[in-house]
Design a protein around this ligand. Structure first.
Ligand code: PGA
Length: 262
């Protein structure tokens, strides 16, 4: 076992208004125990309109969950209608920012180059990027999954210093498994996360590769979390649908209880 502390992140996508968001984090605080957060880092990624409300609840109730965002621009300020700057997020105590999610790439045209600029900007603002990568069904069928994923990792990490890479998070999310109920087998997920780590080693060195955390994402649920989470190169999960239910998300965070049979 590595000494990388797992990170389990809830990507709420475009769900929950700020009232619902407050209720969801409060429920989550009843479900999670001190032992859970000692063993696993947990982050929630609400929509922008909820971030200030969630920040206030996390702080007031001392809930040991980190605040995350789903997206940001790479510039600090300027004429970018509709965008949010990394500095604005950092000011709200956001710790983790997802970038390059496949929905942003596919639906909003985010390129590898955009993702790389965001990685630099998020790091510069003192936050941690959760940089996503993953192949489509067609790419997997055509035996191009490895090339696609290693290419995304190389491009996303371009010119990032190895000590910064070491503190980052990469989420491997096969696109065909997102929101579909289909999960990669634990063996396939492990093989792809190992490939991500080997790619990180090539571009940023062995030390960075040993300490970067690699999440698996794509239909992670309480029943499949234990097997995925115990793979040697999987250091956490990026959870969409199941993170909207405090009990389900809590059970995913508590994957090790299932593993030990308690
Ligand atoms: P899912 O989403 O868990 O609903 O498949 C994962 C993600 O898109 O991050």
């Amino acid at each position: 076992m590595s000494d990388r502390k797992p990170l389990i992140s809830g990507n709420w996508k475009m769900h929950q208004n700020h009232f619902e968001a407050i209720q969801l984090v409060q429920k989550l605080s009843y479900v999670l125990t001190n032992e859970d957060v000692d063993a696993v880092d947990v982050s929630v990624h609400p929509p922008f309109t909820d971030i200030r409300s969630v920040q206030t609840v996390l702080e007031a109730d001392r809930i040991p969950v980190s605040l995350g965002a789903q997206h940001c621009h790479w510039e600090e300020k300027g004429a970018f209608t509709g965008e949010v700057s990394p500095l604005m997020l950092a000011k709200l105590d956001v710790e983790y920012v997802i970038c390059g999610h496949s929905e942003r790439r596919e639906l909003f045209g985010e390129t590898d180059d955009d993702v790389n600029k965001k990685v630099h900007a998020i790091l510069k603002a003192g936050m941690t990027p959760i940089m996503c990568c993953g192949e489509t069904d067609a790419e997997r069928e055509a035996d191009q999954a490895e090339e696609k994923v290693s290419g995304q990792v190389r491009a996303g990490l371009a010119k990032v210093k190895p000590d910064q890479v070491a503190g980052m998070v990469i989420a491997y999310e096969p696109i065909w498994a997102i929101g579909t109920g289909k999960t990669a087998t634990a063996e396939d997920a492990q093989a792809m996360c190992a490939l991500v780590r080997a790619t990180v080693s090539e571009v940023a060195g062995r030390e960075a590769a040993d300490s970067i955390r690699i999440q698996y994402g794509g239909s992670v649920k309480p029943n499949n979390a234990p097997e995925l989470m115990t793979q040697p190169d999987i250091d956490g999960a990026l959870v969409g649908g199941a993170s909207l239910d405090a009990d389900d998300f809590g059970r995913i965070v508590q994957y090790r209880l299932v593993e030990s049979g308690s």
